[in-house]
Design a protein around this ligand. Structure first.
Ligand code: SF4
Ligand code: SF4
Length: 119
């Protein structure tokens, strides 16, 4: 096909690109995006921090009461995730006993300071 034919054909066809960010590409099932933590579910067991191969989860002080399997537990710690170091392996999600940490469909976050890319 000559260049001219190709050019004229494309003049009357729909573009293959989309108007991002006005239009969004559907997120496929199983996509590993930004890590989020449900504080109200987290029992502060540190398992996510132990299994993380990128060493991006640290446990920080957060005294609180959490309901777990019908019991109220007094917890001292909660995880903080350095999203800029996360490799989206999903091990934290797989090993969490309280279903508190998840990889969402949101793409990786970015920001001018480390605080803004910490969950
Ligand atoms: S997805 Fe992997 S690298 Fe990211 S916080 Fe979880 S365990 Fe760590
Ligand atoms: S493994 Fe789950 S419950 Fe345990 S500290 Fe991490 S997020 Fe919290």
């Amino acid at each position: 096909m000559s260049v001219l034919t190709e050019m004229f054909r494309n003049l009357f066809s729909r573009p293959v690109t989309i108007l991002y960010p006005a239009e969004k590409v559907p997120v496929p099932p199983g996509f590993r995006g930004k890590v989020t933590i449900a504080d109200e579910k987290c029992i502060g067991c540190s398992k996510c921090s132990v299994v993380c191969p990128a060493r991006c989860i640290t446990m920080t002080d957060s005294p609180r009461e959490v309901e777990f399997k019908g019991k109220n537990l007094a917890r001292k710690k909660k995880p903080r995730v350095k999203l800029y170091k996360c490799i989206r392996c999903g091990l934290c999600e797989r090993h969490c006993p309280a279903d508190a940490i998840h990889l969402t469909g949101e793409p990786a976050s970015c920001g001018p300071s480390r605080e803004e890319v910490t969950a």
